[in-house]
Design a binder for this molecule. Structure first.
Ligand code: GDP
Length: 325
């Protein structure tokens, strides 16, 4: 006699895949992320992006940092410039300059298509986060990009002569005016996209890109509950210094840090991040700052962080992936 035992036990095992979270600005973050996706499955990457640089020009909603990260992951970025599409032309902008007195902000013809599409989506009722997800899907980006907030926040730079949008200060005035104050206009009405706090709580590791600590990372940190949430999971937070040998590779982070009375060095960045960062990567050039940074209670690692080519980006990605946290 054969005995058949029918096992009708359906066991549902929920395996929650570990994922990595990155806080990002634009150019510095994009280089870092380009290396990270060489060593981590891009599907496991979620990226919270600064939207304080967002600006409306010619009636179009432009999100510089979101676009830099999107184009980088879609492999269509102009690598030389660090923003915009490859093989870009500027015919439309040349005509826009005839109509408007706004030609200081560079917008290529292909890039304009993204802004037209985003503006169309948002005027039809999609939120910034939804529009971002649709654009990413259309461009084949498989990492999840999350704008820090659906509400408008504008980084305003106060100078002795006038207050201006960060992009105007950066591009039109080439960071020359003295900075009196930095304002995140609208921050009091903004909240982080819902899932961000959950992602901070559940991420396997959190990387703070080598981005501008004041107007890229600092804007994200200014949203309610972000800093407190990071503090609770401090042990898994790893930051990479954007300041090397007391200066920036690109952009005004040094000038902005100085205007806030911070020391312009990787120590100054570490001090600014000390409440929510347990691990900090500084460039080999700055090895003398290691013990000072460690005195803040932060494990500090020296590495070559100048990402001039894909190999160096990948090597940094691999290095941060292996930091025990
Ligand atoms: P932005 O919004 O386009 O200005 O870009 P981010 O805020 O992401 O990045 C600006 C910061 O990136 C600057 O402070 C630069 O010093 C830093 N940065 C750019 N390239 C590199 C690099 O190769 N290595 C490091 N460590 N920092 C970099």
């Amino acid at each position: 006699m054969k005995l058949f035992i029918k096992i009708s036990l359906k066991t549902v095992i929920k395996i929650s895949e570990k994922f990595y979270l990155v806080l990002a600005g634009g150019v510095g973050a994009a280089k870092f992320i380009e290396g990270l996706v060489q060593v981590i499955n891009p599907k496991l990457l979620k990226i919270i992006v600064n939207t304080g640089d967002d600006i409306e020009l010619y009636g179009l909603k432009i999100c510089p940092d979101l676009d830099i990260i999107t184009y980088t992951l879609a492999n269509i970025i102009d690598k030389e410039k660090g923003w915009g599409f490859q093989n870009e032309s500027f015919h439309c902008l040349n005509v826009l300059k005839v109509y408007y007195n706004l030609g200081w902000f560079n917008l290529g013809d292909k890039d304009l298509a993204t802004h037209i599409f985003r503006t169309d989506l948002m005027r039809s009722g999609y939120s910034k986060a939804e529009a971002t997800a649709i654009i990413c899907k259309k461009l084949g980006v498989i990492s999840e990009l999350i704008p820090m907030s659906n509400e408008d926040v504008q980084t305003i730079i106060h100078t002795p002569t006038k207050a201006m949008h960060f992009e105007e200060y950066y591009i039109k005035y080439k960071c020359e005016p003295k900075v009196l104050n930095i304002e995140f206009k609208g921050i009091e009405h903004a909240k982080p996209i819902n899932k961000i706090l959950e992602y901070i709580h559940n991420a396997y590791k959190i990387y703070i890109s080598p981005s501008n600590p004041i107007v890229s990372i600092g804007t994200i940190l200014s949203l309610p509950k972000i800093k407190e949430s990071l503090e609770k999971v401090k042990d898994k937070v790893i930051a990479i210094s954007p300041i090397i040998a007391g200066t920036t590779i690109k952009g005004p982070a040094d000038k902005l840090m100085q205007s806030l009375g911070l020391e312009v060095s990787s120590f100054g960045v570490a001090e600014y991040y000390k409440d929510f960062v347990a691990h900090f990567v500084i460039d080999n050039i700055d090895y003398k700052l290691k013990s000072r940074i460690e005195s803040l209670g932060i494990s500090t690692y020296c590495y070559d962080t100048i990402m001039t080519n894909l190999e160096k980006k990948k090597a940094l990605g691999n290095f941060v992936l292996n930091i025990p946290s």
